[in-house]
Write a protein that binds this ligand. Structure first.
Ligand SMILES: NC(=O)c1ccc[n+]([C@@H]2O[C@H](COP(=O)([O-])OP(=O)(O)OC[C@H]3O[C@@H](n4cnc5c(N)ncnc54)[C@H](O)[C@@H]3O)[C@@H](O)[C@H]2O)c1
Length: 338
């Protein structure tokens, strides 16, 4: 299939681009490089530097490249920033998604796979969270993604589009050859923050040690970025005509912050400096996904379900790219334990 990947120079999009091409699809990446990296884009893909805000450009690319399907990753992703600057999030994550959907309708492109998030659920009322859980996002980021989901659902009903919405929990890891990986600025995700601290010999902060969990720290569910990328390719191949499907993707296995730090320490082979801080507002104590629906409907299986493998791949990437895409060094990390 000929696929347009928005945000294909970003962390998850770049892994999806590689998986798509490996599976025989041809890919056009549309990325404004506001957060992404040209070097992350597979050289076998065509990279167009541009924004989903640009309706003319979207229509032109959809026609010129005879696009048959879209994977839509382009978005702003920082929860804290979305609280401080909601306009930016409503504009980019919702309005620009609408622009993309309209361009798809006018170009007759009917297939879509959309990146959504566990943030649409808000504070969990059940564990694990399945797709029938109430959607009640508690921050603008989650709300903009929920609004995009609603628009997609309505476009499927009204214009005969087929869409799959994937709601991810915590994504981590890197390609197993460490050629592409996570390079966010700022970095707010736990595993890269711990690994940066390990590399720089700095401190790792734990926000809250008095949660109602076995060791008092928050529990989260991690999925390997390559498994997630494969889920996108699988979803693309099994879109149901005129239907809008929603799937969670997670590992169904929660790890506490202390357990993740311990896993990182084992992989990097040293004890980290840990500082215990107060809770951050809005952090639920446990967030774990039920991925049963995607396993049963699409046959998705995680190839790298172990937290150890996720951390190993992330460490291989971070230790060989201490400056992210701006700089690579030849250092093969050793797997140690202390
Ligand atoms: N990283 C996670 O843990 C996580 C979890 C849940 C959901 N998601 C979702 O997955 C998607 C990708 O996340 P990521 O971690 O790869 O983020 P990322 O910032 O690495 O990638 C986003 C990419 O989109 C590009 N972009 C942003 N706005 C654009 C626009 N208007 N036009 C064109 N390009 C634009 C950026 O330059 C960047 O390359 C997002 O939609 C995010 O909401 C991510």
């Amino acid at each position: 299939m000929r696929v347009l990947v928005t945000g294909g120079a970003g962390y998850i999009g770049s892994h999806a681009v590689r998986e798509l091409i490996n599976e025989g699809h041809s890919v056009t990446v549309l990325d404004d490089l506001s957060k992404g990296h040209e070097e992350a884009v597979d050289p076998r893909a065509t990279l167009i530097r541009g924004s989903t805000a640009n309706a003319d450009l979207l229509r032109q690319r959809l026609h010129a490249d005879q696009i048959e399907a879209v994977m839509h990753f382009a978005a702003n992703i920082e929860v804290g920033e979305s609280v401080l600057d909601p306009a930016r999030y409503y504009r980019n994550n919702f309005v620009n998604t609408l622009t993309l959907l309209e361009a798809m309708v006018s170009a007759g492109v009917k297939r879509l796979v959309f990146s959504s998030t566990a943030a649409v659920y808000g504070n969990p009322e059940e564990r694990p969270i399945d797709e029938l859980h109430r959607s009640h996002p508690i921050n603008p980021y989650g709300r903009t993604k929920m609004m995009a989901e609603l628009a997609i659902e309505d476009f499927c009903h009204a214009y005969g589009m087929s869409a799959t919405i994937l709601r991810y929990f915590n994504v981590a890891g890197a390609s197993s050859d460490a050629t592409i990986g996570e390079d966010h600025e700022p970095e707010s995700h736990l595993i890269p923050r711990i690994l940066r601290a390990a590399r720089d010999d700095s401190e790792v902060k734990i926000f809250g040690t008095d949660y109602d969990t076995a060791d008092g720290t928050c529990i989260r569910d991690y999925v390997h970025v390559v498994d997630l990328a494969q889920a996108h390719v699988l979803a693309l191949g099994q879109l149901r005509e005129g239907a809008c499907q929603v799937y969670n993707i997670g590992s169904e296995n929660g790890f506490s912050v202390r357990e993740v730090i311990a896993a990182c320490q084992r992989v990097v082979g040293k004890k980290l400096k840990v500082i215990e801080d107060l809770r951050r507002p809005g952090d639920p104590s446990v967030l774990v996904a039920s991925s049963r629906r995607i396993r049963e409907d699409l046959g998705w299986r995680a190839r790298y379900p172990e937290i150890r493998t996720i951390v190993q791949h992330a460490w291989h990437w971070h230790s060989t790219h201490p400056l992210g895409y701006r700089g690579k060094i030849d250092l093969v990390p050793q797997e140690n334990s202390y």
